[in-house]
Structures are given as structure tokens and as C-alpha cells.
Design a protein around this ligand. Structure first.
Ligand code: ZN
Ligand code: ZN
Ligand code: ZN
Length: 369
């Protein structure tokens, strides 16, 4: 499988005139070769020439963690007194164009620029991003498992199993995180808990604010599954809102518009539809509902080994959806000083139609205050 991915990467390099691909920390590396570099000050770098063998330059003390994949790369360990940048520069050689991973530490790029002064650098995401965005069957299955695990936590939230009133946002956030792990996640990536007016801030940081009766509690959480036999773990991401007690009519109205916008945007996410059109569907419904000024966030983001990756569901992205694209559909309405709501599922574009990976009820959950 990694050999097949390498073949597709090489074809893309050929097409884009890239002579060498350099991958370090970040998700491109585990996707391509099943090994995730530790975010260390010591350099790990996969060097993929357009032709010829790929090499994984790795600190010798990390080498025991590398699962060698036959036919994918040769291991090039370096010792504590070696200069790994020199090693990489020698492997790259005097080429015209190199593409380097977007998340590579800047210090390594700066040092490579000094040693490869004839080489022009561009972003590896231009080569690898469009390939990684289209998930194969095993990747969709992994995302589905992640989605089901997040769904189980969302079900606990909606049914009132997770106490809200009288607890701080931070305590509820930690509780959600523990439950994500209990349900099979390896790592918690985020657990936003935003009560009342805090729900008007899309990326609110859960704090010491205590949840009261009679307010909205927006919960947006996700994590990463343990690495599977491909060497990578896949992400979940879901948002549901709960009201502590009977919601006022004005909030019911806002939520009905949001629920309609989210459902119709999911339905619009068919193969061949440009990403920006999916965003436009949600935006039209929210605008017609009278909340257009309060939809300040894009509609969604791709998801895979990273919680945010290509393709982005946003105005200006005319990439047409293809079968295997996996992304969130998460419109929100954010009214400063008052309240907010967001509704989020992960969806996979498929030939048979949009395939939502989150199946938890979309209605506004009302829990006993
Ligand atoms: Zn966001
Ligand atoms: Zn989310
Ligand atoms: Zn999201």
C-alpha cells in the first residue's frame, strides 16, 4: 500500500516538475511511509528523489521505532555528532525544484536553503495534499470507526449522562476527553465546551465558567484513533448542542435554521459538486433565516490523519468533490454577547451519495437543569 502511494506521489512530482520531496514532522510522512516523526530538535526527513530510492534520514536513537517498509525507503541513521542537514543536502543533490513538508521546522528549511542555493523550494502539500485528501476504503473505514466512537460520547452528552449544570466548562471538557479515550481514541485533540454567551466564540477555550440552568452548552470534540497497520491513526470531530432546561422560542428558531442548513449542506455534498457550493447552500439558508451576519466561519474542513486538512469547504475553493473526499459540514450561528450554536458531522463523498459518518440525532437536546 505504501509502495502504491509512493508511485502516485512520484507521478505527481513528475507532473509538477518536482525533483525531490522532503518530508519531516507532520501527517504526510506517516501517510506515505507509515512512520511518524517525533517533533524533536533532531532532524527526521524522508528524501524522495523523482527517480531512485527514497531514504529516511533518522536519528540513530529513533531508528528502533521505525518499521521498515520494503521497497518504500532505505533507512539512513545519523549519529549524535553527524550533521543531518548535510546528509539530506547530499541525498538531494544539485536539483532544480524541491518540495518540503509544510510543517517542517523552519530552522531546517533555512539551513537547507543555505546549502542548496540553486534549488527552489515549494510546499509539499501541493504534491501530497490532493492525494491525501482522497481516502481509500481502509481510510474511510478508519474514519467511520472514529466517527462511531465520537458518536457514543455525543449520545452520552445528549441523554444527560454527562452532568453539566454546576460544573465548569473545563471540568466538562476533561470529562468529554476521558470518554473519547474510553471509547477507543488514542489521543484527544480538542474538547470545546462553551456555555451561554461563550458559544458565540467558535473556538472558545473552556475555562472556569460554571454552567447554569437555562443556557446552551456547545460541545465540539474529537480525537485520533490508535495507529492502525498502515502506521497512521485517523481523526473524529463532532459538534452537538445541549440546552439546560427548556430553550426560549428565539433559540429554538435559531436552531431550526441551523439544523436545516446543516442537513441541506450535507445533502448537497455530492460527487462533482465544488466545495464552495456546499458552503453556499448552508450560507443561503442561514442568510434567509435572518442570521447571515452571524455565520462567521467556513462550513467545513477535510479530515484524515490530521483533524484539519484538504479539502476546505469554503467560498473560493472550487475543487470538485470526488468519491473518497472526507470533510466536516459544520455551519454555526454566533450571536456575540448572547449565544451561539454549531452542528457538525463528518461526511464522505461517495458515488451513492453523501455518506455521513456521524449518526447521532441532530435535534437540540434538552437536559434537566
Ligand atoms: Zn473552527
Ligand atoms: Zn469540530
Ligand atoms: Zn470540525
Amino acid at each position: 500500500m505504501h509502495g502504491a502511494r509512493l508511485g502516485r506521489v512520484r507521478a505527481a512530482m513528475d507532473e509538477q516538475g518536482v525533483d525531490a520531496l522532503l518530508l519531516s514532522v507532520g501527517a504526510d510522512l506517516p501517510w506515505l511511509c507509515g512512520y511518524e516523526a517525533m517533533p524533536l530538535e533532531r532532524l527526521t526527513m524522508l528524501v524522495v528523489p523523482r527517480d531512485g530510492e527514497a531514504s529516511l534520514v533518522v536519528p540513530r536513537l529513533e531508528a528502533p521505532r521505525v518499521v521498515e517498509r520494503a521497497g518504500v525507503f532505505t533507512l539512513v541513521p545519523w549519529d549524535e555528532t553527524d550533521d543531518p542537514v548535510e546528509l539530506v543536502a547530499a541525498l538531494v543533490g544539485p536539483v532544480g525544484v524541491a518540495a518540503i513538508g509544510d510543517r517542517t521546522w523552519a530552522r531546517f528549511l533555512v539551513e537547507l536553503l543555505a546549502r542548496l542555493d540553486r534549488t527552489s523550494f515549494r510546499r509539499a502539500s501541493e504534491v501530497v495534499g490532493p492525494l491525501r485528501a482522497v481516502k481509500d476504503e481502509a481510510e474511510v473505514a478508519a474514519l467511520r470507526r472514529a466517527g462511531a466512537a465520537a458518536d457514543r460520547v455525543a449520545t452520552q452528552l445528549r441523554s444527560g449522562d454527562i452532568p453539566l449544570v454546576g460544573r465548569t466548562e473545563a471540568a466538562i471538557s476533561a470529562d468529554l476527553g476521558r470518554r473519547l479515550v474510553d471509547e477507543g481514541h488514542h489521543r484527544v485533540n480538542f474538547a470545546i465546551v462553551a456555555a451561554g454567551a461563550n458559544a458565540a466564540s467558535p473556538h472558545h477555550e473552556p475555562g472556569e465558567r460554571v454552567v447554569r440552568a437555562g443556557e446552551v452548552v456547545l460541545c465540539d470534540f474529537g480525537g485520533t484513533l490508535p495507529p492502525d497497520d498502515t502506521g497512521a491513526g485517523y481523526c473524529s470531530d463532532i459538534t452537538r448542542c445541549v440546552y439546560t432546561g427548556e430553550p426560549p422560542a428565539a433559540f429554538r428558531d435559531l436552531y431550526a435554521v441551523l439544523e436545516d442548513a446543516q442537513a441541506q449542506a450535507v445533502a448537497a455534498a455530492t460527487v462533482g459538486t465544488p466545495c464552495e457550493d456546499v458552503d453556499a447552500v448552508a450560507r443561503r439558508i442561514i442568510t434567509e433565516g435572518g442570521y447571515g451576519d452571524h455565520f462567521i466561519h467556513r462550513t467545513g474542513h477535510g479530515i484524515g490523519i490530521e483533524e484539519h486538512e484538504d479539502p476546505y469547504v469554503v467560498a473560493g475553493n472550487c475543487t470538485a468533490l470526488v468519491a473518497g473526499h472526507a470533510f466536516s459540514v459544520e455551519p454555526g450561528i454566533y450571536v456575540p454577547g448572547e449565544w451561539g450554536a454549531r452542528l457538525e458531522d463528518i461526511v464522505v463523498a461517495a458515488d451513492a451519495g453523501p455518506d455521513p459518518l456521524n449518526r447521532v440525532d441532530h435535534g437540540l437536546a434538552v437536559v434537566e437543569a
